[in-house]
Design a protein around this ligand. Structure first.
Ligand code: ZN
Length: 505
């Protein structure tokens, strides 16, 4: 009996690897589209990606897979919850049950539509042309509602969409967490804004791209990025994507007039890559072989970008080599002035350029607007003005146009509306919770960072977080690592300590 079930388990694993490989093919096509493909390839590429996603969805919803999962249920129940075999069956079943609710034809239509919308956005954003995108966005909203309806009943229409990226979270739980955070952040931002604004003009000098790239690669290599298992290319909107256990791609964008833009996005995407590269290689291409949620993923990008990469200890080591790389720009600038410049807090219009203190306010605006669009309490035609109104009330600013307003983020133009933004703030909160645990286990980590050593931190994260891939859900993993649930306190303590010192609060 046992051996029949083991054969079935192997069959299940083989099927999931085929699905995983189709997913990787789709990711390669997407990566090429964003990096090297000439614009002329767009229509065919949309079709090709749509086809691969349809094939993948067909396999994931194949009744043969459902039958295998049923047959394996007693076997799963006989195994410890923590075993890899039980996890493979459990996670495959979750994906299967989710996928069968959505018709393949819908997936295909959605993929084609989103590809067209993305292509239009690439042109419409610089042209400040929301009107051109509005009809497409109407359709995206209808598709997003339809996607949610497949999972009815729900408490809130955004719940199924949130569940797809941050399993276990709901509109209500996110709203509650955000409300607590907002209550603490607003007075902090207010207190900082009453002080003189930090001078970051040193970062806006001319920084040649080649030297920027070399310096960024030097730092992530020191973090532990293995260029035999990954590479970095350039795109307008930086991202990380995984093709296999030993092949991840990160992208960045360079601005000759802004040192921070490419450098911190390089650290950010490297953090995402470390998560993927640290997963048990035995899980490769199976449903366990990927990060467990958007929020946990983002915790790793923010940890390496901000908690480590914007810390004083980090720059005590890296500032001298940075000055050597850019002697004309930084040779006469003190470490303290540089540290203040990269941690400048100021209310601003662009989420991706926002500092650690104001960043989450940008996320909350988007999360609320998404929820309202889905609820039907906000219409697409009123979205640009609703955006401006929220920026005015929450950040005291109004963008001069839609380019730096509602058109600034790719998410609604390349994906569904709903479930797209909460992961950023969940990630910020978790970055501090996980880092706190790492420091408790190894109080010498800060001293090591001061010496440009990252092994203890990197290995602790790998052994306690990365290695598990999607074996545990995000709430399970957070419980396992921190002994509790997601909470705002460690993040607030981190902000208070760092910015309290910087701004003598
Ligand atoms: Zn990220």
């Amino acid at each position: 009996m046992e051996s029949i079930l083991e054969t079935k388990l192997q069959e299940l694993k083989n099927l999931t690897i085929e699905i995983g490989d189709l997913g990787a093919v789709s990711s390669i096509l997407g990566w090429d589209q964003a990096t090297y493909m000439p614009t002329g390839g767009a229509t065919a590429r949309g079709r090709q990606i749509g086809l691969i996603q349809m094939l993948s969805h067909q396999r994931l919803t194949d009744p043969k897979l459902g039958k295998l999962l049923d047959d394996l249920r007693p076997y799963e129940e006989s195994l410890p919850y923590d075993s890899d075999e039980a996890a493979l069956i459990r996670v495959t079943r979750r994906n299967f049950e989710r996928a069968v609710k959505v018709p393949t034809e819908f997936m295909y239509q959605m993929s084609m539509h989103l590809s067209d919308t993305y292509t239009a956005w690439v042109e419409a954003r610089p042209a400040n042309d929301f009107a051109r995108l509005a009809p497409m966005l109407e359709k995206t909203l209808a598709l997003s509602r339809q996607a949610a309806e497949y999972f009815a009943p729900y408490d809130h229409i955004a719940d199924p969409l949130i569940d797809m990226s941050d399993y276990g979270m709901k509109t209500e739980s996110v709203r509650a967490l955000f409300a607590q955070l907002r209550e603490q952040l607003v007075p902090m931002v207010q207190a900082i804004s009453e002080q003189p604004i930090a001078d970051d003009s040193i970062l806006k000098q001319f920084y040649p791209v080649d030297q920027q790239r070399a310096f960024g690669e030097q730092v992530i290599r020191r973090y532990g990025f293995d260029f035999n298992r990954g590479r970095q290319d350039t795109t307008p909107h930086p991202f990380m994507t995984r093709f296999a256990a030993d092949d991840v791609r990160i992208t960045t964008r360079f601005s000759e007039r802004d040192f921070g833009d490419a450098f911190f996005s390089t650290l950010h995407e490297a953090g995402h890559a470390f998560y993927e590269l640290g997963i048990d290689p035995g899980y490769d291409a199976t449903p366990l072989g990927g990060g467990t949620s958007a929020g946990v993923h983002e915790s790793q990008s923010r940890l390496w970008e901000n908690i480590v990469g914007r810390s004083r200890a980090f720059w005590e080591f890296f500032y001298p080599p940075l000055q050597a790389a850019f002697p004309d720009q930084l040779g006469k600038v003190s470490l303290d002035a540089f540290y203040r410049a990269i941690n400048k807090v100021q209310r601003s219009l662009i989420r991706v350029d926002a500092d650690e203190v104001t960043y989450n306010l940008h996320v909350m605006i988007r999360f609320e607007l998404e929820a309202q669009l889905l609820e039907g309490t906000l219409a697409i035609r009123d979205l640009p003005e609703a955006w401006h109104a929220r920026y005015q009330s929450d950040l005291g600013l109004r963008a001069p146009d839609d380019r730096d307003g509602v058109l600034q983020d790719v998410h609604w133009y390349g994906g569904l509306i709903g479930g797209a933004f909460q992961g950023y703030t969940l990630g910020n909160l978790l970055s501090a919770q996980f880092y706190q645990q790492a420091l408790q286990a190894h109080p010498n980590i800060v001293e090591e960072i001061r010496c440009g050593e990252f092994k203890t931190l990197h290995h602790w994260l790998r052994d306690n977080l990365y290695v598990y891939g999607s074996k545990y859900t995000a709430p399970e993993l957070i419980q396992k690592v921190t002994g509790g649930a997601i909470t705002i306190e460690p993040y607030l303590a981190y902000l208070r300590a760092k910015y309290g010192e910087l701004y003598s609060l």
